[in-house]
Write a new protein. Structure first.
Length: 207
């Protein structure tokens, strides 16, 4: 995906996130606890790659720019963001974000907020980037903890670049996780069943 696509898409997403985020209440500073930090996926728990193993980076404080394509922090302040990146030797990459809120109610609202952003991502990409065609798909809910949902996103540029991503949002108590997997290709290349298993594992590991 070109930097032009990423930048223009992020600009549109930031506006939408700000509007949607007005229904979310930011927690009081210090309300979340780093001591209760949830666990993250390991490299072996990502969808298997046919020709390359996964490598996991360190757990890092902050919000990953890799999720800025469809998810942002606009309108959601002062939460405890942590993430972990994953990569292969080829074109596949992944990232997991965890957000510890101050209550189950805020986590429920945040999970819906993120899922809404992912659900409408394809439309906003096309509105902000006339040279990109985008399509989203809903792969359904997963019966894990307080629930999770998996969606797919395919983009194709006017010059022929094509990318496929799977994204999921799940929640356990007051903690939300977002997982993204992506590589070059189309929907036929997406390991949906394996990604659902990855998402279930990610939510189960939150606490």
């Amino acid at each position: 995906m070109s930097m032009h696509i990423r930048t223009s898409a992020c600009a549109a997403l930031a506006v939408a996130a700000l509007a949607a985020g007005t229904v979310l209440t930011a927690p009081v500073a210090g309300a979340t606890s780093k001591a209760a930090a949830p666990k993250f996926l390991s490299a072996s728990q990502l969808p298997p790659h046919p020709t390359s193993s996964w490598t996991a980076g360190p757990v890092t404080e902050g919000f990953p720019e890799e999720l800025g394509f469809c998810v942002s922090t606009e309108g959601v302040l002062d939460y405890d963001y942590r993430y972990r990146q994953f990569w292969t030797d080829l074109d596949a990459g992944a990232v997991q974000l965890t957000v510890v809120t101050d209550s189950a109610a805020h986590a429920k609202a945040l999970a819906k907020h993120y899922d809404d952003l992912i659900r409408t991502c394809a439309t906003r990409i096309e509105q902000s980037s006339p040279d990109v065609e985008a399509e989203g798909r809903n792969y359904g809910k997963l019966p894990v903890e307080e629930g999770a949902r998996v969606r797919g996103l395919h983009t194709e540029t006017s010059w022929g670049a094509t990318d496929i991503a799977l994204l999921s949002v799940g929640r356990d108590g007051r903690t939300v996780t977002v997982v993204k997997w992506g590589q070059m290709g189309g929907f036929k290349d997406a390991p949906v069943a394996a990604f659902k298993k990855t998402t279930t594992t990610a939510v189960n590991k939150l606490y």
